[in-house]
Write a protein that binds this ligand. Structure first.
Ligand code: KL2
Length: 562
């Protein structure tokens, strides 16, 4: 084996062991560094040792496959596992970690670059040179330590709780577009400058699972989960006690959304797998989907939260489509999160809406979500002012019976008139089977809409449901009934923008929005200049073309009414 492929194997295997070590010992830096110093054969054996643990087993097998495919001297396999066990045992058992394990990597004879902690946060010329040297000389290796320095969990306020108490549950949520392998292959021109090995699904899967696992979230929302990778991907999560909901994008698309939740902590009370594709409606003829889960705390059934995830249309020019998709998704969230009508208006459960919205901060759909209203009438398809091709006052047809306030007309009517089940569903969208009975069909309300007041000039329909309470369709403006905020501010105190993905340039397209719940921490994102100092993603640290995002929230426990 050549020196360069050997060192590459060390690099890969070392980062692979890092997965296993972190999983096995809950985020110790120590074993990883020890690992860099040992021979590859020992590294293989230490990976094999981790088969003892069910989570690493599924993961490590991929690493071993890779290591074996790169280099498989029979002598490696003859070594005694016991030797490695005692070696690692010394390392784990060591109290003074720095003496034993915190040794800088050798920077001249190997391809591993060691950077002092803090170096990445301060993007100096020196650090950039280091990264450049690591990239050009040795491929796409970057030191994970530097990545971890910027990807810290940061508290919003010093006084906020960070662990569970009798009164509060800390919900940790992670959202990650993991880059479906088929999409990577379909758009392979985007990844021409990348090290081929990091474009391998097995490698990326392991890196992605490692990062997700290290976050130790209660709820995980993934986008671009390829359907034929699903069962293999969820195996380690199932072993750790997660349950999941999966929804493939519609028609010929092969990827979809995966929502995982810890089933020892949550009960799934209700869910919707929402198809944003609606046959015969031009603005809704794309294959995007959403998942909405209503969860309660297992030890406090009255304490409930709605978690939703989506991956909206990519086409950068079609903000109008993303707005229409958002309207449908919010209508479904509204249906599931509704608690009751009060004197001051409807009451909703805490809501977390996360995913890849394929739109940039402070643009139209972002404003709609965070400000609660947006006038699309007269705007272009990108929802910017336009001279031509501008939008009419009608975004989606009123036959879908979704009001301009993102509510299902049928449900609203039933709630206000206190009759029926209050359930309605979008065409095609999946609901739990037992919930289908008693649903009203969408078409039953078309007549009702037609009977009501239509403004001949604008086509805007206004319907009074009960005295003094009316709803609108095709008014040219969308509103929604939630107070949504974004966990991320997208710009730091120095005016520098953050990013979650690279598409020609570094941009933000992934978000965590929340309503009726207090965020406590965020998984901090790098600024664009910090991103620029990273080797292109995916790389040997980040397994996707997106960075993951995360937050913790404080969920007040409801006392059950006796
Ligand atoms: O932007 V993404 O990547 O959230 O990371 O969402 C879409 C794009 C995803 C699903 O449609 O596939 C990617 N050029 C580049 N990327 C594309 C294109 C394209 N024309 N179409 C889809 N994607």
């Amino acid at each position: 084996m050549s020196v360069s492929s050997k060192t590459r194997l060390v690099t890969i295997t070392a980062s692979l062991l890092n997965v296993a070590c972190n999983l096995h010992t809950a985020k110790f830096l120590l074993p990883r560094k020890i690992f860099y110093m040992v021979e590859p054969l020992w590294q293989r054996l230490s990976l094999e040792n981790l088969y003892l643990n069910p989570f690493p087993e599924a993961l490590v097998s991929d690493y071993l496959d890779l290591a074996i495919s790169m280099d498989n001297p029979a002598s490696h396999q003859k070594c005694m596992k016991a030797k490695m066990e005692s070696y690692l045992g010394t390392c784990y058992g060591q109290n003074n970690t720095t003496t034993m394990c915190d040794v800088p990597f050798h920077t001249t004879s190997s391809n591993l670059v060691y950077c002092q902690p803090g170096a990445f946060a301060d993007v100096t010329h020196g650090v950039k040179t280091n990264v450049h040297a690591a990239e050009t000389k040795h491929g796409n290796y970057i030191d994970k330590e530097r990545y971890k320095i910027i990807r810290k969990w940061k508290r919003f306020g010093k006084n906020r709780l960070t662990s569970n108490t009798e009164d509060s549950f800390i919900l940790k949520l992670l959202s990650f577009n993991i880059l479906a392998q088929n999409l990577l292959e379909d758009h392979s021109y985007l990844y021409q400058g990348h090290n081929k090995k990091v474009l391998n699904w097995k490698i990326r899967k392991s890196l992605v699972i490692q990062e997700i696992h290290e976050a130790d979230a209660n709820v995980i929302c993934l986008q671009e989960m390829q359907e034929d990778h699903l069962l293999d991907f969820v195996t380690p999560f199932k072993q750790l006690g997660y349950e999941y909901l999966y929804k493939k994008r519609t028609n010929d698309k092969r990827d979809g959304l995966l929502l995982l939740y810890r089933s020892n902590q949550f009960v799934l009370l209700d869910y919707a797998k929402v198809e944003l594709y609606q046959a015969g409606i031009e603005i809704l003829n794309r294959d995007n989907v959403g998942i909405i889960a209503k969860l309660s705390l297992r030890d406090s059934p009255e304490t409930q939260v709605v978690v939703a995830t989506t991956h909206l249309l990519y086409n950068p020019r079609r903000n109008d489509v993303r707005l229409a998709q958002t309207q449908l998704l919010l209508a479904e969230i509204e249906r599931i999160a509704f608690v009751e009508n009060t004197m001051t208006g409807p009451k909703y459960l805490p809501i977390i809406l996360t995913g890849d919205f394929n739109l940039e901060p402070f643009t139209a759909v972002y404003k709609f979500l965070t400000e609660g209203s947006f006038e699309y009438y007269g705007k272009g398809r990108n929802l910017e002012p336009s001279q031509y091709n501008f939008l009419s006052n009608s975004l989606i047809p009123s036959r879908l019976c979704i009001t301009d306030n993102c509510q299902h007309f049928n449900i609203l009517t039933q709630r206000l008139q206190r009759e029926g089940t209050g359930k309605v569903m979008l065409e095609n969208s999946e609901l739990p089977l037992q919930k289908r009975d008693g649903n009203m069909t969408l078409s039953s309300d078309v007549n009702m809409l037609q009977q009501n007041s239509v403004n001949i000039n604008t086509g805007c329909t206004q319907i009074e449901i009960v005295k003094g309470y009316s709803v609108r369709f095709s008014s040219g403006t969308l509103t929604h009934p939630f107070k949504m905020h974004s966990v991320y501010r997208h710009i730091n105190a120095h005016g520098e923008r953050e990013a979650t993905t690279h598409q020609d340039k570094w941009i933000t397209v992934d978000y965590i929005f929340y309503s009726n719940i207090q965020p406590i921490e965020k998984y901090a994102l790098p600024t664009i200049s910090q991103c620029a100092a990273l080797p292109k993603i995916p790389n040997f640290v980040v397994g996707s073309d997106h960075l993951c995002i995360g937050a913790t929230f404080q969920l007040p426990r409801k006392k059950s009414v006796l």
